[in-house]
Design a binder for this molecule. Structure first.
Ligand code: SAH
Length: 342
């Protein structure tokens, strides 16, 4: 049986150099060998740790945000809450603890999870117990008849990008090819009429048609139904050049062209682009740092409340988690939050 690296090399031999988007899709979602198809990537035993896995405080703050949005909408008697890429279901389980404190909100809530991984769907089922949940492969089947809240942490960064290189005054696609037995990058065909920012020789610019389309769908859904979007991820809020294509395995960076199907692939989110898309749809959006968003939602007060009934080691754990989520120069400001409202 071929491994994913061999499948990719055979594909290139047959069809020629491959876009990063095609490579990415094969690595993460190949039906047999794809990274998200066959394993649990999260936690200490996995490849990376996310904010909801660091502390229950994170999902609880998203819960407070959701309750606020429901109240701002006049407490409708039915609301669809959609989480994209819920991982192990930890964020949703923590959010639902907050929801349960507001019985009218809890009763109005229908939870939807957009998840492609059968493996992670099973984990989500376990985390959410008896809760009535509807799973979707993508956003297209999510209803827009009732008000909608769409949330996601580190979901958009799992969607594929393409890269372009500025060479001798023109933009060309950066592609993946074979060099002997290995994979390597090379420069592909010229991109006609690319309206990319001004650049210098060898600058790399990243764009993601898939991410743009998914975010546009979210915007169109909330326009139809009324509601809000909250996406959290690492990225920049100004358009910028640079190569942010990266692979992570066992909590360490790995070569993006090795360990196919065993390493997670991500890139930084261009939040300015997301804002542009939402404003083009005539929606109101704002970008926060993770630090300012969580503080605004009351994370410090909630941590103090948890501390009050905690043992000393638990108190230390709460303090460490709070520091990790809020630390400026680390997760506190490398992670950003975009909120979109109708
Ligand atoms: N939000 C979780 C997990 C982040 S990992 C957390 O913060 O812990 C990315 C998640 O997105 C996983 O659940 C993965 O299976 C899911 N995912 C990745 N690409 C997807 C796609 N194209 N469609 C649906 N889900 C996807």
């Amino acid at each position: 049986m071929q491994n994913l690296g061999e499948i990719i090399r055979a594909h290139i031999t047959l069809h020629g150099p491959m876009s990063i988007e095609t490579y990415w899709n094969l690595c993460l979602s190949h039906p047999e060998h794809g990274y998200y198809i066959k394993k649990d990537p999260l936690g200490v035993a996995g490849d990376f740790t996310t904010s909801p896995e660091i502390s229950q405080l994170f999902g609880e703050m998203i819960g407070i945000w959701a309750v606020n949005k429901w109240q701002e909408m006049g407490c409708p008697s039915a609301i669809n809450l959609v989480e994209c890429g819920p991982g192990r279901g930890t964020l949703m389980a923590d959010l639902l603890r907050i929801a349960a404190m507001i019985p009218d909100f809890d009763a109005a809530l229908q939870v939807h999870l957009v998840e492609m991984s059968p493996f992670l769907r099973q984990k989500q089922r376990e985390a959410l117990g008896e809760k009535n949940v509807i799973w979707h492969n993508d956003l297209s089947s999510v209803p827009s008849d009732d008000p909608l809240l769409i949330i996601g942490n580190e979901f958009l960064d799992a969607l594929p990008i393409r890269q372009y290189v500025f060479v001798d005054g023109v933009w060309r696609e950066r592609v993946i090819t074979t060099i002997g037995e290995e994979l390597g990058f090379s420069i592909g065909s010229k991109i006609e009429s690319a309206d990319f920012p001004a650049a210098q020789q060898n600058d790399i610019f990243e764009a993601s048609l898939v991410r743009d389309r998914v975010f546009l769908t979210m915007c169109q859904k909330i326009k139809l139904s009324k509601g809000s979007i909250l996406m959290i991820d690492y990225g920049h809020d100004q358009v910028s050049m640079g190569n942010s294509f990266q692979a992570v395995m066992n909590h360490q960076f790995s070569n993006v062209l090795e360990n196919q199907g065993h390493a997670d692939l991500t890139s930084h989110i261009d939040f300015a682009r997301l804002k542009f898309i939402s404003e083009h749809e005539r929606l109101l959006s704002s970008i926060w740092s993770q630090n300012s968003f969580l503080i605004e939602m009351g994370i410090v007060q909630r941590a103090a409340q948890l501390r009050a009934s905690a043992t000393l080691p638990q108190q230390e754990e709460i303090d460490a988690a709070l520091f990790r989520l809020l630390d400026i120069g680390q997760m506190g400001d490398l992670f950003k939050v975009i909120e979109v409202n109708t």
